[in-house]
Design a protein around this ligand. Structure first.
Ligand SMILES: N[C@@H](CCC(=O)N[C@@H](CS)C(=O)NCC(=O)O)C(=O)O
Length: 92
């Protein structure tokens, strides 16, 4: 991570990454992007599996840790950067 800048590990081929990118854009969050070459199976390399043992994209890394799964990431972004709020509050 460069300073406090979060990192999104993703792929331009991935609709799950696209969803996360939409949320980032809507909230105006700048990130560093690391493109993972899915056809070359970079997501299954030891280096990437050390980041996400599931071997999938997207992964979002910030100063609060490593976040795996697009829905988890989007909810994390919505809680951490609530303006504008995109998700309804969690059910009680
Ligand atoms: N439930 C996960 C699914 C992630 C997922 O299926 N990612 C695909 C790309 S869209 C992937 O990494 N595929 C590569 C693989 O499974 O080897 C999420 O929502 O993030």
């Amino acid at each position: 991570m460069d300073g406090d800048r979060p990192i999104l590990y993703g792929s331009v081929r991935s609709p799950h990454c696209f969803k996360v990118s939409l949320v980032l854009a809507e909230k105006g969050i700048d990130v560093d992007r690391v493109e993972i070459d899915l056809p070359a199976r970079e997501q299954k390399t030891p280096a990437y599996l050390a980041i996400n043992p599931l071997g999938q994209v997207p992964v979002y890394r910030d100063d609060r840790g490593v976040h795996i799964d697009s829905l988890v990431i989007m909810r994390h972004l919505d809680e951490r950067h609530p303006e504008p709020r995109l998700f309804p509050p969690a059910a009680p």
